[in-house]
Design a protein around this ligand. Structure first.
Ligand code: AMP
Ligand code: MG
Length: 360
């Protein structure tokens, strides 16, 4: 299949391209498009064949449900059974934005879209190109991240081209995304809403709006044991799969920053002595402290959003550099930092080395 790439400038949106992409979606085709979190791979959420094509293009397990994207809150009532009061308050506070809510689905949403579940995940993205595209498609759009299943999510069109060129109809390129980490997911079907995946909208922000919420244990899991006895099924099914992973083995080091630097340098030396190519993820504050083959700064500790924004791009860049192992610092786990570490730990397949005491 020939995949067309169309550049759409968010400052001056070309409606001809939007309409072309909208028609593809409306007639069952697939279009990758930017959102404020990561690039999504869109298809008609009401069309089971389109949903199946999404799973196929990504190589995604069919029990890992898709998030449905809408262009205004009014569209929600057509696809969900009811809107709990807490959900209404969160929509008011955070939509359009990086918050996905889980509702009881109406029959119009096929089980192919929800991975066989009776619930559906919905969000309204805060990105003009995405909103115009959904409007032009005239149907709700199912859109998981536009990467091959298991790889880091795409934060620019080049990442989507890498993974999906030849497998989908169109890629809309509007440059780099703003946030760089997927949406927060909250299940509002239970009495006390439950965070299933952390994101830019933090627990603290949500609790200010609706009071107490709880968290699925995968949110802050540090080890495979933390997510429990064998057979534990996270409420957000995708969270059980290997995710965001670069080709080379990634290990995350936690503890006092001086000890982390020393430990990373020591392992780097041992590996390089074996002729292994070593990649190191540092920060602006520590980049000059390391010895390795490829040393990159993920951002500054003074601004967590800079770290979130470059995380997936850096993981992908190590793939193209063919490094053998990747060693990384870890980050604060307060608020947004919790989402960053959740993704890093999954990308590392739970390989965390604790050095010294937790003082960073
Ligand atoms: P992605 O868009 O690739 O970030 O993946 C969407 C994620 O949303 C899935 O991996 C699930 O974890 C979650 N999700 C989607 N629909 C549901 C649902 N009905 N119930 C719980 N989690 C869901
Ligand atoms: Mg994904």
């Amino acid at each position: 299949m020939n995949t067309v790439v169309k550049k759409i400038n968010i400052e001056n949106i070309c409606m001809d391209y939007i309409n072309e992409a909208g028609n593809i979606l409306n007639s069952g085709g697939l279009v990758a498009f930017p959102t404020e979190t990561v690039y999504g791979l869109g298809g008609n959420a009401l069309d089971k064949t389109a949903a199946k094509r999404i799973y196929q293009a990504k190589g995604r397990p069919s029990d890992n449900p898709l998030i449905v994207h809408i262009s205004s809150p009014e569209e929600l009532k057509d696809i969900v059974e009811y809107i709990p009061e807490n959900a209404g308050k969160m929509m008011e506070a955070f939509w359009p934005g990086p918050l996905t809510l889980i509702f009881k689905k109406k029959d119009i949403i096929p089980y192919e879209t929800t991975g066989g579940l009776d619930t559906v995940a919905v969000r309204m993205p805060n990105h003009e190109v995405a909103l115009e595209l959904i409007k032009a498609a005239k149907v709700p759009i199912a859109a998981p991240s536009a990467n091959t299943s298991g790889r880091p999510s795409p934060t620019k069109a080049e990442h989507v081209i890498e993974d999906l060129s030849g497998k989908i109809d169109m890629i809309v390129d509007s440059g780099s995304v703003g946030i760089g980490i997927e949406s927060t997911i909250v299940d509002v079907t239970s009495e006390i809403p439950m965070i299933l995946r952390p994101g830019y909208i933090t627990r603290g922000m949500i609790e200010k709006v609706i009071g107490k919420v709880c968290e699925d244990k995968v949110v802050s899991a540090k080890t495979l044991e933390d997510i429990g006895e064998k057979g534990y099924r996270p409420k957000a099914p995708g969270m059980k799969y290997k995710h965001y992973a670069p080709k080379a083995e990634l290990t995350v080091f936690e503890g006092d920053i001086e000890k982390v630097i020393a430990a990373i340098n020591e392992i780097s030396k041992t590996e390089r002595d074996k002729n292994h190519k070593v990649g190191i993820i540092a920060t602006d504050e520590t980049i000059n402290r390391y010895e390795g083959d490829i040393i990159v700064s993920i951002g500054t500790r003074a601004d967590e959003s800079s770290i979130a924004k470059s995380l997936y791009d850096i993981l992908r860049s190590f793939d193209s550099e063919d490094v053998d192992i990747i060693l990384s610092e870890s980050f604060y786990e307060d608020e947004f930092g919790c989402a960053i570490m959740n993704r890093m730990i999954k990308a590392a397949g739970y390989r965390i080395v604790k050095v010294g005491k937790d003082e960073i």
